[in-house]
Design a binder for this molecule. Sequence first.
Ligand code: PMP
Ligand code: GLN
Length: 396
Amino acid sequence: MSPRLANRVADFGTTIFSEMTALAVRHGAINLGQGFPDFDGPESVKAVAMRAIAEGRNQYAVGVGQPDLRAAIASHARRHYGQEVDPESMVTITTGATEAIYAAIQGLIDPGDEVIVLEPFYDSYVPAVQMAGGVPRYVPLHPPGPNDTAWRLDLDELNAAFNNRTRVILINTPHNPTGKAFSADELKAIAILCVAWDVVAITDEVYEHLVYGTTRHLRLALQPGMTERTITIGSLGKSFSFTGWKIGWAIAAPALTPAVRRTHQYITFAAPIPLQAAAAAALTEGDAVVHALAVDFEQKRDYLFGVLREVGLRPVLPDAGYFILADATEFMPRGGPDGAALCRWLTTEIGVAAIPLSAFYSPEHQTETRGRIRFAFCKQQATLEQAAERLRRLKP
Ligand code: PMP
Ligand code: GLN
């Protein structure tokens, strides 16, 4: 018997990240697909988690998050952005940013409400909207042309997407998979539209500290009129290289916080308590560690960029995050008819896993991505060098 699943999940497959990681493991490929470091975060932070377990902090955490972690997040927001955050009424700890995104959408969207999603988008956004009965409304980010350095948001197209049914816009800055950090002008334009249409912004800022060169991360919540209508989402995973801990958070004005808390209490109720203790320590004492990580990742970005260019994969240099998009179209006859086939071929035949850009697009727009594929550079130098050796097999 095959059990009947709910309609809302009928079209969901397995995420591309799980699929490509499993394929990489099966074929002994170097995994530059799913975005996770192949090294741990600071020993001192691990020690806090281990001590918390040893000392008996093993029962349910406070549902909305441990007070010390919420205070650390408020202090971090003040220190880095001059943002005033009340830990009592404005911070909620979740099981990763993924839960914060899901909880916020469930708390804001009624069936038929529209959610503006910039395409390409992180893979959990659209299923989260659909599970709430919402309708995604796509606005494209345009790939850089010969004179651009980054993916571009067309403000006329954005403007045209807002209407009376729009409830939420989802923004991801720095952006996965393009590495775009939204500029002050872009954030200002988004803010003006949100205020004009009475729309809430959910901003996914999990890569907030991973910015390179002169790029700065800017918070949408700090644009005029946005404090009361923005839910800012962060994660310990990216800044401190503990993606497996799944500690995330949402910062929102007191009147908006129930959108996250009412749903969070029935999704997971609370995040793991020993990891919250360690997260509080990391956010309190870890600024230097995060800075060093960004410096290190910038070098790795440059290294992998050079390798991709050398082998003919035509990369675009990202300003932020830990991914590089490359255009592998010219390998398509050999590698397969589309980006997904190409990534499978790269994994099984060349021994390096990547993620097709098509995974970040709605089915209607996937063909526009052609042979673009994503490589993660959040790896040890030795791993990247081994990947480079294998990728050089692509050269004629
Ligand atoms: N948002 C973006 C843009 C991501 O790339 C990721 C994946 N790392 C997440 C959210 C999920 O974060 P977490 O692992 O904290 O749930
Ligand atoms: N955020 C990670 C990426 O973009 C994947 C996280 C996951 O596997 N869900 O690669």
